[in-house]
Design a protein around this ligand. Structure first.
Ligand SMILES: [Zn+2]
Ligand SMILES: [Zn+2]
Length: 326
């Protein structure tokens, strides 16, 4: 197999040839068809997340085919599956036992604390993969496995208000705004100030209004979701939500939140973060996405161009999602 490997945080990924891995008990080996590039991959590569497995193969939006199965696995060879961020839980901690496996005390995360999908092959635990149908397009589907799932969990946490503000219009936002429209909600999109192309893209994805993060939206928000990893947006979003409104931070890492006057939080406004996903979130969203007719906008990159895909994401040069194809 071939893989793009992070040896040390801050370095470029390097191509490695490795022997094909053998699946252990309860595991499967997947021949990868596509792997989406998530902003979390940048945080892993930049060393902004603690204690990665090193060296590590990044990537946690994997679509592929089952190529070999370990003992006790009844997946059919050739079946199409998806692999997401949550790669393993202990199943026994208080969070796992109370339906909150996203907060497990002893988890493993794909492309962070176990090897992921910037590769031709990977190993996954059979209990943590999602069955996918044969007819779908692997490149178009890959971004659903994190941008979609985490976006969905963020939207659920935002509540059932009608007017949703989305800050940072990348892969997750372009999926979730389509879901919001399907649910009959209004979407206001906030981009970097002056990002006219990003605002036009947001409108093409169903946003009723799009402007800079320093602009005032045409109506107060019932809730806001922050996909941009910018802590300074928290006070801005609190100022834009109505009484009782919630600001949901959807990313795993964010710059510091500046101090803010209490009056921005007053009147039962709240700030929450979304951490990881449960397998139930995944099943729910993967069933809902075709109903909502979610269409992803993707830019494919060959495996050996994974560094370029990360660069383009970092520089904000992408519309929608980058997807690596081995
Ligand atoms: Zn647990
Ligand atoms: Zn992700």
């Amino acid at each position: 197999m071939r893989a793009m490997v992070l040896r040390r945080p801050g370095e470029r990924l390097a191509m490695e040839e490795r022997p094909d891995p053998a699946p252990g008990p309860a595991q499967i080996r997947i021949r990868i068809e596509a792997c989406g590039v998530c902003r979390t991959d940048l945080h892993v590569v930049d060393g902004e997340l603690p204690d990665p497995k090193l060296p590590v193969v990044p990537g946690h939006e994997i679509v592929g085919r089952v190529e070999a199965v370990g003992e006790g696995v009844d997946f059919k060879l050739g079946a199409r599956v998806g692999v997401a961020w949550l790669g393993h839980t202990d199943g026994t901690c208080s969070y796992c036992r109370s339906g909150r496996e996203n907060l497990c005390d002893h988890p493993l995360f794909t492309g962070y604390t176990r090897d992921g999908g910037y590769a031709t092959h990977t190993i996954a635990e059979a209990a943590f993969v999602f069955p996918l149908t044969d007819d779908l397009d692997p490149v178009a589907t890959a971004p659903l496995l994190c941008a979609g799932l985490i976006g969905w969990r963020s939207l659920k946490m935002a509540g059932d208000g009608r007017t949703i503000g989305i800050y940072g219009f990348g892969a997750a936002a372009h999926i979730i705004s389509q879901v919001c429209r399907w649910q009959g909600r209004r979407v206001f999109a906030f981009t970097r100030p002056g990002d006219v192309a990003g605002q036009a893209f947001a409108r093409s994805m169903g946003a009723e209004w799009a402007g800079g993060s320093d602009d005032t939206p045409p109506a107060p928000l019932d809730a806001a979701i922050l996909f941009a990893p910018v802590g300074a947006l928290v006070p801005s979003a609190l100022a834009a939500v109505r009484k009782g409104g919630r600001v949901v931070c959807g990313g795993i890492h964010m710059s510091d939140i500046p101090s803010l006057p209490y009056r921005l939080l007053w009147e039962e406004r709240s700030v929450a973060s979304v951490a990881n996903l449960t397998r139930a979130d995944g099943r729910e969203f993967l069933a809902l996405a075709p109903e909502a007719k979610v269409r992803t906008t993707t830019t494919p990159y060959p495996l050996d161009k994974a560094n370029e895909a990360l660069d383009d994401l970092r520089k904000g040069r992408l519309e929608g999602a980058a997807v690596i194809t081995p």
